[in-house]
Design a protein around this ligand. Structure first.
Ligand code: SF4
Ligand code: SF4
Length: 140
C-alpha cells in the first residue's frame, strides 16, 4: 500500500540560497506535489516560503532531510487553530498578520470571517490577538 501524506511547512532561505531551485528538486528528485501558499523572496535577502508538500511519506522524509542539508530552515506546521467566536470583538488585528487571508473582515457587517481551508496554522494571529481568543494546539 502506498502511504501518501500532505504537510505544510515554512522554509527560510538564507540570502545565499534564495535563487536555489528547491521547488524543482522537490518535484523531480522526490516526486512531490508542491503548492506554494505564501512567498516572500527577494534577491540577496532572507527568503520565506510557505508550501504544502504531498507525496509518499518516505519521499517527504527524504526531502526534509535534503532541505536541512542545503542549509534551508524548515518548520512543519502540524497544529490546529481554534477561534473562540463568542469572545472575539472583531477588531481586525489578526487579519493584518494572516499571510494566507484565512482571516478577513469586510462588508456587509465587518465581522471576522475564518476560512479553515486557507489556514496555514502558522500561529501569527495567536500572537496578534489582544484578547487571546485564537488558540493553537499542536498535534502529537
Ligand atoms: S484580533 Fe482577536 S479579537 Fe480581534 S478580530 Fe482577531 S480574533 Fe477577534
Ligand atoms: S494561524 Fe492564523 S495567521 Fe496563520 S494562517 Fe491561520 S488564521 Fe492566518
Amino acid at each position: 500500500m502506498i502511504d501518501i501524506n500532505t504537510i505544510k511547512v515554512s522554509l527560510t532561505f538564507p540570502p545565499s540560497k534564495v535563487t536555489f531551485p528547491l521547488m524543482t528538486k522537490l518535484v523531480r528528485v522526490f516526486e512531490l506535489e508542491v503548492n506554494i501558499l505564501h512567498a516572500d523572496v527577494r534577491l540577496n535577502k532572507t527568503g520565506k516560503l510557505i508550501v504544502e508538500l504531498t507525496g509518499e511519506t518516505h519521499n517527504i522524509d527524504d526531502a526534509l532531510k535534503y532541505i536541512e542539508e542545503m542549509g534551508i530552515t524548515c518548520h512543519i506546521f502540524n497544529g490546529t487553530l481554534t477561534w473562540d467566536e463568542e469572545k472575539c470583538v472583531h477588531c481586525g488585528a489578526c487579519t493584518s498578520v494572516c499571510p494566507s487571508r484565512a482571516l478577513t473582515i469586510g462588508e456587509p457587517d465587518y465581522t471576522l470571517s475564518f476560512d479553515k481551508e486557507k489556514c496555514l496554522v502558522c500561529g501569527l494571529c495567536v500572537k496578534a490577538c489582544p484578547l487571546n481568543v485564537m488558540c493553537l494546539a499542536q498535534r502529537e
